[in-house]
Design a protein around this ligand. Structure first.
Ligand code: ACO
Length: 337
């Protein structure tokens, strides 16, 4: 939690990418015992995108990144750092280096940041620290997830929620500061509410000279939907209030509310608790479902592309998810002069 008066942070440009393949609720209801009516009314989701098997998360992240780089009128070699927020990386040692190679950002350091649906917001704040210490000028922050490869497609309580996608933003050093405040939280005691656990496979334990040598694998995504719902609806408004206070603002000052797109009911409940009119709340969940770390940058890109964010607008961005983690930042977006 901090207020700023040092070097300025500016969101220069954004990009996004989603797979072409769309799976509608109607199609899903031929796979599991569900219906368009149940999914739409409980979640607001109508369809989600799923990455075909011949493509990887890096393909999505690359397309989103190149769009952000092009829109920012930069070259890949202008980047100093890449932070890839993902929980579905294709290499446990990190996928950001693959992204660095794919976009040809030869001068950039690169690392992964794993924090599920809070990954983009935490990465954005991390990037801003590097800028505010004067270490770096241009940072690419990417949120990308392909949870379609981690859900159990026979579990109707989870598989209906998630979709694949990537979103990117270039965070740049500027003389004006757009980032007014932030607040990040973790409640590790509740980690079991939403997880993808690694389990040792008992059949694969080999005892040699009384030493156990073992091997395992990841389980499917597991979630206690009701608890995650209650957590989001109680913690996110509080986090937003605290951030507004830090920035000496009130809910009336908010131009746009961009929340992690987890469930339409969560979005509406948060806006209602804060008495923020629904038309200030950005929602695209009907088209993409919950794209985890990608959902906020995809939504941010859409509002920039639609020209909704104007000079001086106050944009509240909040993420929440596994960990349990949650975080908010308040941006006053200043057009470059
Ligand atoms: N179709 C039809 N029926 C279903 C489905 C389905 N897809 N899924 C569950 N049901 C049934 C249940 O079996 C249950 O039936 P029962 O009453 O006979 O037992 C009934 O519907 C109600 O189930 P609930 O789980 O109580 O439904 P709820 O209203 O809580 O909605 C949901 C479930 C949509 C998952 C909700 O809890 C939710 O959105 N939670 C938040 C989830 C979330 O945001 N997770 C992501 C966080 S971000 C991250 O980090 C990945």
């Amino acid at each position: 939690m901090i207020g700023y008066n040092t070097l300025g942070v500016h969101i220069l440009s954004t990009g996004s990418a989603v797979p072409d393949l769309s799976i509608t609720n109607e199609t899903l209801s031929t796979l599991v015992n569900t219906s368009d009516k149940w999914i739409s009314t409980r979640t607001g989701i109508k369809e989600r995108r799923v990455l075909p098997k011949e493509q990887s998360i890096i393909d999505l992240a690359k397309n989103a990144s190149l769009e952000a780089i092009n829109r920012g009128l930069l070259e890949p070699n202008d980047l100093d750092l890449i932070i890839l927020a993902t929980s579905s990386q294709n290499d446990l040692f990190g996928s950001a280096s693959q992204l660095q190679a794919a976009i040809g950002a030869n001068h950039a350091a690169a690392f992964d940041l794993t924090a599920a649906c809070s990954g983009f917001i935490i990465s954005l704040i991390t990037a801003s620290q590097f800028i505010q210490t004067g270490s770096y000028k241009n940072i690419l922050v990417v949120g990308a997830d392909i949870l379609s490869r981690w859900v159990d497609w026979s579990d109707r309580s989870t598989c209906i929620l998630f979709g694949d996608g990537a979103g990117a933003a270039i965070v740049q050093k500027n003389y004006k500061n757009d980032l007014l405040s932030f607040k990040l939280n973790t409640k590790g005691s509740q980690a079991n509410q939403l997880s993808i656990l690694y389990k040792i496979n008992k059949q694969n334990i080999k005892i040699h000279k009384s030493i156990p040598f073992m091997h395992g694998q990841y389980e499917y995504l597991k979630m206690n939907g009701k608890e995650v719902y209650k957590f989001a609806v109680s913690q996110v408004p509080q986090s937003i209030q605290e951030c507004l206070k830090l920035a000496n603002l009130s809910t009336n000052d908010i131009s746009w509310l961009i929340l992690h797109q987890a469930n339409q009911r969560i979005l509406e409940a948060v806006a209602e608790k804060l008495s923020i009119p629904q038309d200030k709340m950005i929602s695209n969940i009907s088209k993409y479902g919950n794209t985890s770390a990608a959902s906020i940058p995809i939504a941010l890109h859409e509002v920039f592309k639609q020209g909704k964010i104007c000079n001086g607008d106050i944009v509240v961005i909040a993420g929440f998810g596994a960990g349990l983690t949650w975080g908010t930042t308040i941006i006053q977006w200043n057009a470059l002069e």
